[in-house]
Design a protein around this ligand. Sequence first.
Ligand SMILES: NC(=O)c1ccc[n+]([C@@H]2O[C@H](COP(=O)([O-])OP(=O)(O)OC[C@H]3O[C@@H](n4cnc5c(N)ncnc54)[C@H](OP(=O)(O)O)[C@@H]3O)[C@@H](O)[C@H]2O)c1
Length: 297
Amino acid sequence: MNKCIIIPKIKSIEYDRTMKYIDYQNEKISSYGLGTTGFWSGKNPGLHECIITAYNEYGMNLFDTAEMYGNGRCEAELGKALKGISRENLFIVDKIHPDHANVRDFDKSLSDSLTRLEMDYIDLYLLHWREKVDLSFLVRAMHRAQKAGKIRYWGVSNFDINDLEDLFEKGGDDCFCNQIFYTLFERGAEAGLLPLMKKKGILPMSYSSLGSNYYSHPDIHRNHRIMSMCREYGVSPEACMLKMNEEAGFAALFSTSSLSHLRNNLQELPDETYTAIKPVLDEEFPAPEHLYPLVKI
Ligand SMILES: NC(=O)c1ccc[n+]([C@@H]2O[C@H](COP(=O)([O-])OP(=O)(O)OC[C@H]3O[C@@H](n4cnc5c(N)ncnc54)[C@H](OP(=O)(O)O)[C@@H]3O)[C@@H](O)[C@H]2O)c1
């Protein structure tokens, strides 16, 4: 597949840490990334600290934001948090709101996002969700932005199988990524969407990899079997959840504003430990038996 690389990047960052990297289309993307919705209501010193720690101590280079988050506030705070870090060592994901993915607004949205981020380019620019966006226009606009050096790759978010098929039909074969909701509690993509993405060479990226508004989902901390396995092996259930996404092939996004949660989530999880715990995860939260529409949150 012809993936256009606009700006050359440093490809060998050596960290003496546990972070794994997805080697994808000549890119080195950390398999875990931090989201920025925590900045929604304004400055969040906890999140600033988590971003810097994730980069410096764990070698995370994947950070996700969107123009919609806090009306651009989250982009601006992310830009501030990353000030001082060599731009070429980062992989920044940003998203355009579907209301702006049209002839009138696309260029302005992109340039406003760059201004708020205080960056010259975005590594991966996604359509946040499909709605009624003209996909032919989207593909053309993304290609134009690539040629102008404003984005390096483009992709989509919340696209189900039929949406991706429509996108391919409109010339979107070089779509780099589909960012979707996928977590231990919601594994629907395994039934069809995930295999399709892999077949078409589209990077799967999971958002809300810890189940988002955490405590309204089946709280993993209340699952006695999983918790007793975690205690036995001395690992956190969050690390197990993220590892499950990683093993399924996802670049897994999560968010936290707490340094202790960050460390807890990025805890080392040896392969043997995960192999022992995975069957219990599968029994408690089984893979889907049939295809059903993609869940979006
Ligand atoms: N494309 C899309 O449509 C879309 C939709 C939703 C989200 N996203 C992206 O994905 C990112 C992550 O998603 P998300 O924030 O919805 O969900 P998430 O990462 O699954 O969950 C975040 C919640 O989990 C809590 N948490 C994290 N680690 C924890 C731990 N060790 N123990 C207990 N609680 C913990 C966080 O609180 P603390 O801060 O207290 O740790 C926060 O409330 C977002 O920031 C955004 O960038 C994209």
